[in-house]
Ligand binder design. Structure first.
Ligand SMILES: [Ca+2]
Length: 166
């Protein structure tokens, strides 16, 4: 490789690195069982057991029962976020999360319905932040919901709820 090409490649890496940093700096993270000072709250339906895990974000997570359904859901409630397009990312690291196709939805307080954002295979997801999809927010409080149903058809899997980021 010529010197100029190497420099160009290095510059590309530096610019994309800066963009990635800018994006993560503007994102708001809500963990499961968030502290009051974080501005995040949460709610859930069905059974979501609290567990400590050194792999999980802030060393804890919630997990559904085995073979959960759409009656089992966990909701992260975010404070008011700026309007515009944002990316939903979820933190998945603990190996006890086995849902092969977990659905995620987002609700903005000014909407009338939850909007489907995407599905994630929690079982094969790389450890750390995973992108679910993009959504446009409307300068209002927003919530993210994950459902316990495994849409792949796999039975007896368990769904994890750790940190979420918008
Ligand atoms: Ca956590």
């Amino acid at each position: 490789m010529k010197k100029g090409a190497i420099l160009g490649f290095a510059l590309t890496l530096a610019v994309s690195g800066a963009l990635a940093l800018a994006e993560s700096a503007s994102a708001k993270v809500c963990d499961n069982d968030a502290t009051t000072s974080s501005g995040c709250t949460q709610k859930y339906g069905g059974t979501w057991t609290h567990e400590d895990s050194s792999k999980s974000y802030n060393s804890d997570h919630r997990i559904s029962k085995s073979g959960a359904t759409n009656s089992d859901w966990y909701e992260w409630r975010f404070p008011t976020l700026p309007s515009g397009k944002t990316t939903l990312e979820v933190y998945l690291a603990d190996s006890s999360f086995t849902n092969r196709e977990a659905d995620y939805e987002v609700l903005s307080w000014v909407w009338d319905y939850d909007e489907y954002v995407g599905s994630v295979n929690q079982y094969s997801a790389p450890s750390g932040w995973n992108t679910v999809g993009s959504i446009r927010l409307d300068a209002a409080k927003a919530s993210v919901t994950v459902y316990g149903k495994d849409h792949s058809g796999a039975s007896s899997t368990r769904t994890g709820a750790d940190a979420a980021s918008l």
